[in-house]
Design a protein around this ligand. Structure first.
Ligand code: GLN
Length: 474
């Protein structure tokens, strides 16, 4: 059985399984055979993949198959699947098996998805390259010497290199969009509260969102439609009633206006990336979109705000890994030493850096100067976007300032790594949805490296993102 994985889409796979061209088991086997260990996209490949596929085949036989039944999907290894090893890329959770399913997993299971494995990530989703994983670096799909991006690097590479048809990642400051951009695929960060976070290992609770990776926009929409929705297990999910009120207002057939914050695109962007970006704007113009220059006066503070709020929330969320409740335990002379040993050995450098930073930010005497100030700025940035979205329907920026960088080239300087997130963090700070779609290739050392275009929309305007992406890609 020879299945052309390169050109496969969810719809095509579904039709083929329905028509009996191939079975879910054959499809799963084709993906398993295509896993390239050199790329290190997976931390764990599940041992029951073919059994899951067999159950999917049953559903095709008895007429209960849905669109996602039998579709092989990879899951970032910080999203819980009951009974499966879930490490969050950390040594501290090396032996941890999830005790329940994340809500997104429950939904995908109901649809009959086949879970291929848990993908590699920067430890606790902190990083932009997947170099911070305790399980080795994930390599870029286009150049083995370059990073996959991060933190959901494994999920992006799994899809880009046909080791799964789609994947889930999490995005706290760009972790879906940036690796999607580096690997030439699509990645959607949903509106904060649109997809349940129940069962996603918490990092920055006011920023985290789960979202899909795929090679085309239809597949993004199919997975997004399956995982979204209000959830009683996550009180921050948005009420369906309020969502439909907003969604009804979206007019997708009108001529849309695109906003470009030129003032924010002056410094630090690679000239080849900028060229592709200008070409993308021209292509929208040709397709009848109106282009307008906009001002987001405080967007320049998003990165600073993010790197205050994120570590603060990390220091609270990661206090639970104390050697008692989950995972690794290293004993010392007394309780304090137990903690110090467990965390000192279990956590990597970047995670420790952020816990220390976050603890400092939240400490008495400093909270007003840092945390509260960042919260205040967060509101101001939110207002900037609200104002901008009165005049324009969507906003365009490059997903990243550069194409994928060389492995090891930013490791010693955390500031350089944080600057990677300059265009992605604002959507997490503000909570609006954003997508990265491929906008072409740039040449580096004779190799073609993909770069992504980021499209931002107002809260709950995912359908607008899908429409604009579809127009752009066709
Ligand atoms: N690179 C960002 C960080 O290190 C974003 C990570 C993410 O979105 N999980 O925090």
């Amino acid at each position: 059985m020879n299945i052309d994985l390169k050109s496969l889409t969810i719809n095509k796979a579904h039709e083929s399984m329905k028509n009996g061209d191939f079975t879910a088991q054959e499809l799963a086997q084709a993906y398993l055979d295509n896993i390239n260990p050199e790329l290190n996209a997976f931390i764990v490949i599940f041992d029951d993949v073919l059994e899951q596929a067999k159950m999917a085949d049953e559903r095709f036989k008895n007429g209960t198959a849905e669109l996602l039944t039998g579709i092989p999907i990879a899951i970032k290894n910080n999203i819980l699947i009951k009974g499966k090893k879930t490490t969050a890329g950390s040594k501290i959770l090396e032996d941890y098996n999830a005790t329940y399913d994340a809500t997104v997993i429950t939904k995908l299971k109901k649809a009959g998805v086949v879970f291929i494995g848990g993908t590699n990530l920067d430890e606790f989703a902190m990083g932009s390259s997947t170099e911070n994983s305790a399980y080795g670096v994930t390599k870029n799909s286009y150049d083995l010497e370059r990073v996959a991006g991060g933190s959901s690097g494994g999920s992006a590479v799994a899809v880009a290199s046909d080791m799964a048809l789609a994947a889930l990642g999490s995005d706290t400051g760009g972790s879906i969009r940036q690796p999607a951009s580096f690997n030439g695929i699509l990645g959607l960060k949903t509106t904060y509260g649109r997809v349940s976070r129940s069962g996603a290992i918490a990092v920055g609770s006011s920023l985290d969102q789960i979202g899909p990776f795929a090679k085309n926009i239809e597949d993004i929409k199919i997975v997004y439609d399956c995982i979204k929705g209000e959830d009683k297990m996550d009180s921050t999910t948005l009420k369906e009633k309020n969502i439909s009120e907003i969604e009804q207002k979206i007019n997708l057939s009108k001529k849309m206006t695109i906003g470009i914050p030129r003032h924010f695109l002056k410094e630090g962007i690679d000239s080849d990336v900028m060229e592709k970006f200008e070409e993308s704007i021209q292509s929208f113009k040709k397709k009848g979109y109106e282009i307008k220059e906009i001002e987001l006066p405080n967007i320049k503070y998003s990165l600073a705000v993010y790197y205050i709020l994120m570590p603060a929330e990390v220091s609270a969320n990661l206090s639970r890994y104390d050697g008692v409740r989950f995972g690794l335990k290293k004993e010392g002379e007394n309780l304090l030493e137990d903690y110090m040993k467990t965390k000192g050995i279990g956590f990597g450098k970047e995670v420790r850096r952020r816990i220390i930073l976050g603890t400092y930010i939240l400490s008495a005497g400093y909270k007003d100067a840092y945390y509260n100030k960042a919260q205040a700025l967060r509101e101001i940035i939110r207002e900037d976007f609200k104002k901008a979205f009165i005049d324009v329907d969507v906003i365009l920026v490059p997903t990243t300032p550069t194409p994928a960088f060389k492995i090891g080239s930013k490791g010693s300087d955390p500031m350089q790594m944080y600057l990677e997130d300059i265009f992605t963090v604002s959507s997490n700070v503000v909570g609006n949805p954003a997508i990265s779609v491929p906008m072409g290739f740039v040449d580096r050392d004779g190799k073609n490296l993909p770069v992504g275009l980021q499209i931002l929309a107002p809260h709950l305007y995912e359908e607008a993102l899908i429409k604009v992406s579809t127009d752009f890609l066709n």
